[in-house]
Ligand binder design. Structure first.
Ligand SMILES: C[S@@+](CC[C@H](N)C(=O)[O-])C[C@H]1O[C@@H](n2cnc3c(N)ncnc32)[C@H](O)[C@@H]1O
Length: 292
């Protein structure tokens, strides 16, 4: 590897993509891409050159750029990320948008985000809907620590943002929390055990528990669909992000559990990425089952 490096050489470093090179170099030099392109004959100082080369080596081994620089942008906000949390994906903006579409901006609203990870969904909602009380839950304390820091950095006032250690609904016992949320959202793990995608670049670096959920990838989704209706206020919304081929299975699970008004939302690639459903007015699942 070269000892001296111009910005241009760094941007066209052999083996890594142009986008990765730009993100790494921008982060390292704290300069916008426009600056890098306009000053591409400048030479990096020895420390920066050494650090850049160490970043490149990590990148070449397959480590995601977001973990190398410790941050990732999503929905216009910059989130701190560590290997304890899933790197926020553009697909998840579909879930954030679906939630914001139903959460009023001028009224109080109670929102629960299950499997919050970096806090991306919960924090984006809290940022855009300051009247909402947002509960961000995860089973991983390490992930919650990242979510807490992100909430503090991005929201400032966290008096309406509640971080909760919980194995799905376990920290929300019934009947205390029955019918207590207007909106429940989740981007749960939904990849099948042993799925070929798990060996793809980057994924081996991310927490297994954030990605994988049983043989069909539907264990967490099945659990959430069965439990969520009890926690929703009448006409409350439940919305899930799901795998590219899981929309019909999710809709069936929601229907089986008495949810109505089922709708799919497509991501930017046209894939049905999010399923939205509502709790019936005064629907009583047990009574309905007994009538059958
Ligand atoms: C796909 S990641 C989503 C993270 C974040 N919400 C996002 O959209 O980037 C799934 C999250 O679910 C959490 N999780 C897995 N099993 C869980 C459980 N039993 N209870 C609560 N959270 C769980 C993982 O720790 C992980 O943070």
């Amino acid at each position: 590897m070269p000892q001296t490096l111009t910005i241009r050489q760094a941007l066209f470093f052999e083996g890594i993509g142009k986008t990765e090179a730009r993100v790494l170099l921008s982060h390292l030099l704290k300069k916008e891409t426009a600056y890098l392109l306009a000053h591409d004959t400048e030479t990096l100082d020895a420390t920066s050159a050494q650090l850049y080369i160490s970043y490149v080596k990590r990148c070449l081994k397959g480590e995601p750029v977001a973990y190398i620089i410790g941050q990732k942008e999503c929905y216009g906000l910059m989130f701190r990320v560590t290997p304890d949390v899933l790197i926020p994906r553009p697909d998840t903006e579909t879930l954030i948008e679906a939630a914001l579409a139903v959460i009023p901006s001028d009224q109080p609203c109670r929102v629960l985000d299950l499997g919050t990870g970096s806090g991306v969904v919960a924090i984006a909602i809290a940022h855009h809907r300051p009247n909402a009380d947002v509960f961000a839950a995860d089973v991983s304390e390490a992930a919650l620590e990242v979510a807490r820091q992100n909430a503090k950095n991005l929201l400032g006032d966290v008096s309406r943002f509640h971080v909760v250690l919980s194995d799905w609904f376990s920290a929300f016992p019934e009947p205390l929390f029955s019918r207590s949320f207007d909106v429940i959202v989740s981007n749960p793990p939904y990849i099948k055990e042993g799925d070929a995608h798990l060996t793809e670049t980057g994924l081996p670096y991310e927490p297994h528990a954030a990605l994988v959920s049983g043989k069909q990838g539907l264990d967490a989704i099945t659990h959430l669909c069965a439990r969520a209706p009890n926690y929703l206020k009448p006409r409350g919304y439940f919305m899930l992000e799901q795998g590219y081929d899981q929309a019909d299975a999710v809709a069936n699970l929601m229907t089986l559990n008495g949810l109505t008004d089922i709708e799919h939302k497509k991501d930017l690639s046209g894939i049905r990425r999010v399923t939205v459903a509502r709790r019936f007015g005064n629907f009583n699942r047990q009574a309905r089952t007994a009538q059958k």
